[in-house]
Design a protein around this ligand. Structure first.
Ligand SMILES: *[C@@H]1O[C@H](CO)[C@@H](O)[C@H](O)[C@H]1NC(C)=O
Ligand SMILES: *[C@@H]1O[C@H](CO)[C@@H](O)[C@H](O)[C@H]1NC(C)=O
Ligand SMILES: *[C@@H]1O[C@H](CO)[C@@H](O)[C@H](O)[C@H]1NC(C)=O
Ligand SMILES: *[C@@H]1O[C@H](CO)[C@@H](O)[C@H](O)[C@H]1NC(C)=O
Ligand SMILES: *[C@@H]1O[C@H](CO)[C@@H](O)[C@H](O)[C@H]1NC(C)=O
Length: 506
């Protein structure tokens, strides 16, 4: 009989000061993702949950993958990051995220990292051009945090910002040489970083279309953010671009001209007529089922700015009739038990594994996610921070990710008592293994081929704990397996002496 010292480790611990939302910590590495609390109320899509965690406890700010139980799967580099997602590149599933050098006024100037299913960085997308920055500093790459979309042609669409001057004297409080923030997007060749297409808002959209009042603009660093680009996607005849601050979605032709504008303003819908399409401060606009006659748009409708508007923030699907120039709402997703007012960020994803398709809504500045079934019922609610001034994520997604890391599994050994050794094992990023096999090997220079199987233990979440008692082994290797198939193995771990006599428990 084993001597059982049942030691319960509290995985959830509180951070000091920064936030009182619990985060997780582990023995096998310094990963500290926020605790993801999930509550299922129906059948859910099988994918993994992708959250680019921001503004959490410092060690938890990272592109992070969770499973449907809220267990950590991958903790990426600990850095402020945005727009973490899975995309297809040359037919392969890759993950992409943006990180940056900070600067004042903007999110930062950065690059987009593309990782394959072993987490090797296969491409780094960068952008150089003649940008004016608030600090006056030059940066290695000028990509903005809002968009990093891989097109079916294996190019990437990225957003960018430039500080420039223009004449706004025709507007109330405007001046002749006002500093404004111009919104740009680029199409970039991923292998060479060559710019294939470049477009900017100021040259194509009247600045008077802005929904926000003219403000600042005397100095560069207080430039008026009249457009605020936050999503770009490819479309049949060009690009679909969203501008939060003009409350409008623009279809841009390949020659750069504006094909049409759909506005969420009740009084002026741009090129369309509509009875019920209303949206404001919107994010993550995507195009579906595009033909020459019609298309559908999905977006996250924040309906709130600096908490001035009442919300609710919703997931919105819009039908656009291109022949009759009419638009109407197909459905609007809310959570009847939870009135969300999200002032910034947010996402809306149509999921892929179930029919009819489920929808995943990321609530932006409110650190919550909602999954809806095909009838618009909430089937999953998730939260990873407090409602105010806590962790958040620009976008949240679910993807059927499958990965085998290029690094080895990690093992932590603790001589808890002289009778027990606690083994902790994890393999950051691995999706495919379901058990650990512990092999004893004769020496520090042996290989697994000389190993003797000591025990098999099922995978329990991100980190698996196995107490070893009365075991005659000095060197071990921990092997991550799918059934009996070996997927990865740890380096050789030296155990200390374990006494073989059970202590008397008083
Ligand atoms: C940015 O604005 C400056 C003027 O402030 C201009 O000289 C420069 O060409 C602009 N850059 C881009 C990429 O549009
Ligand atoms: C955008 O500006 C143009 C030119 O001033 C105007 O005709 C149009 O109605 C505006 N559109 C919206 C949606 O505000
Ligand atoms: C696209 O078309 C398919 C097939 O008609 C439909 O099931 C789906 O809901 C449409 N997508 C959107 C976003 O409307
Ligand atoms: C919006 O209008 C369309 C067409 O008139 C209608 O079918 C739909 O039910 C309306 N949706 C909402 C949410 O009002
Ligand atoms: C080993 O386990 C003991 C008893 O649970 C614990 O107090 C100690 O912190 C652990 N040691 C290390 C290095 O984590």
């Amino acid at each position: 009989m084993a001597c059982s010292f049942l030691i319960l480790y509290l995985l959830l611990s509180l951070t000091s000061g920064e936030t009182d939302w619990p985060h997780q910590s582990f023995w096998t590495g310094n990963w500290q993702p926020p605790h993801l609390s999930l509550s299922e109320t129906g059948e859910t899509d099988t994918g993994y949950i992708f959250i680019g965690v921001r503004k959490s406890n410092k060690a938890g700010n990272a592109p992070t993958i969770f499973d449907n139980h809220g267990d950590l799967v991958w903790h990426g580099p600990q850095r402020e990051n945005l727009d973490f997602k899975m995309q297809k590149l040359f037919g392969q599933d890759v993950i992409t995220y943006w990180d940056a050098e900070p600067d004042v006024r903007v999110l930062g100037y950065g690059a987009t990292h593309i990782l394959d299913s072993t987490y090797k960085e296969i491409y780094t997308v960068t952008l150089r051009d003649d940008f004016r920055t608030p600090s006056g500093k030059d940066f290695d790459s000028f990509i903005d945090g809002h968009e990093h979309y891989i097109t079916p042609q294996n190019t990437m669409l990225v957003s960018a910002l430039n500080f420039t001057q223009t004449d706004t004297s025709h507007l109330r409080r405007g001046t002749v040489n006002m500093w404004v923030l111009d919104s740009l997007f680029y199409e970039i060749d991923i292998k060479t970083n060559k710019v294939l297409f470049k477009w900017d808002a100021l040259s194509h959209i009247p600045i008077s279309n802005s929904s926000i009042a003219v403000k600042g603009g005397k100095e560069l660093h207080e430039a008026w953010d009249a457009y605020h680009i936050n999503s770009v996607t490819s479309a049949k005849y060009g690009y679909l671009v969203n501008f939060r601050h003009i409350r409008s979605i623009f279809y841009i032709n390949k020659d750069g001209s504006v094909r049409w504008q759909l506005s969420g303003d009740n009084n002026n819908h741009g090129d369309f007529e509509s009875k019920n399409v209303t949206f404001a401060w919107q994010h993550d606009v995507r195009i579906h089922n595009e033909t020459d006659e019609s298309l559908a748009l999905t977006l996250y409708n924040n309906a709130a700015m600096d908490n001035e508007d009442p919300g609710p923030s919703t997931g919105l699907a819009i039908h656009v009739d291109l022949v009759n120039k009419k638009a109407w709402i197909i459905y609007e997703l809310t959570d009847p038990t939870d009135h969300i007012v999200s002032a910034t960020q947010g996402s809306f994803q149509v999921l892929s594994s179930l029919r009819p398709a489920h929808m995943l809504v990321g609530c932006g500045s409110i650190p919550k996610l909602k999954e809806y079934d095909g009838d618009g019922n909430v089937v999953l609610r998730g939260q990873f921070g407090k409602d105010t001034f806590s962790a958040n994520a620009y976008r949240i997604f679910k993807f059927p990710w499958s990965a085998t890391p290029h690094w080895d599994p990690a093992v932590f050994v603790n001589h808890t008592t002289s009778y027990t050794i606690d083994l902790y094992m994890s393999w950051n990023g691995a999706t495919g293994y379901n058990n650990w096999a512990i092999f004893s090997i004769p020496s520090r220079t042996s290989t697994l081929l000389e190993g003797r199987l000591l025990l098999v233990h099922e995978r329990t979440g991100f980190e698996t704990h196995v107490p070893l008692e009365n075991i005659d082994a000095r060197f071990i290797i921990a092997v991550a397996r799918d059934g009996e198939r070996i997927l990865g193995q740890s380096s050789i771990v030296e155990l200390g002496q374990i006494n073989s006599v059970c202590p008397v428990i008083p």
